[in-house]
Design a binder for this molecule. Structure first.
Ligand SMILES: [Zn+2]
Length: 193
């Protein structure tokens, strides 16, 4: 993908990184960062970032902010890096990313987002945020699924075009996944608080 600042809906960069200071402010970004204008959709990869700005400003939805805060707290307390798989789809592509959070000195954390693979979704699915106070489908910012009567569904699975107004949240599966991964590494003990 070109690094042109994108007005395109597929504006997630293949690889980006930034460093958060101990107060979760963006302290530094990769050298090519300025050429990106990342769009909303992921837990951080897909939002515009500005050095000095709080990370929270770049994340849509309280549940998504809480999701990131929990991981950041654990990474700092444990001193261990964590990787979080997520989706950052465009209108026509399913795209799988991994976000890796690595603790540095003085409470800083390096956050890297890397594209692992992508494939055509087989339809055009437009996702736009619902207007403030308006109704919208809940959409998980981590797996890109939409909540429906049948549970959480991948909008490409329907095989037809769609246009959705959404409210950003984190589904139960994605909320629990980082702790499941922690237990897989460490057993049932809780991580350091
Ligand atoms: Zn999810």
């Amino acid at each position: 993908m070109s690094a042109a600042p994108s007005e395109t809906p597929s504006g997630c960069a293949p690889r980006t990184a930034y460093v958060l200071d101990r107060n979760d402010r963006i302290a530094a970004v990769t050298a090519d960062w300025d050429s990106f204008a990342l769009r909303n959709g992921g837990p951080g990869a897909c939002a515009a970032h500005v050095v000095g700005a709080p990370l929270a400003q770049a994340i849509s939805g309280d549940p998504v902010r809480m999701f990131m805060t929990a991981i950041l707290m654990r990474v700092r307390a444990s001193g261990e890096a964590e990787s979080v798989p997520y989706r950052c789809d465009s209108d026509t592509l399913r795209r799988w990313y991994v976000m890796t959070l690595t603790p540095l000195t003085d409470g800083a954390v390096r956050v890297e987002h890397a594209l692992e693979r992508e494939e055509p979704g087989g339809a055009t699915v437009r996702i736009r945020p619902a207007a403030r106070g308006a109704r919208g489908r809940r959409r998980c910012s981590i797996c890109c699924r939409l909540e429906s009567d049948a549970g959480w569904v991948d909008p490409f699975d329907a095989g037809r075009d769609g246009d959705f107004r959404v409210i950003h949240t984190v589904c139960g599966d994605c909320r629990e996944a980082p702790m499941r991964a922690w237990r897989a590494r460490h057993g049932p003990a809780a991580p350091p608080a």
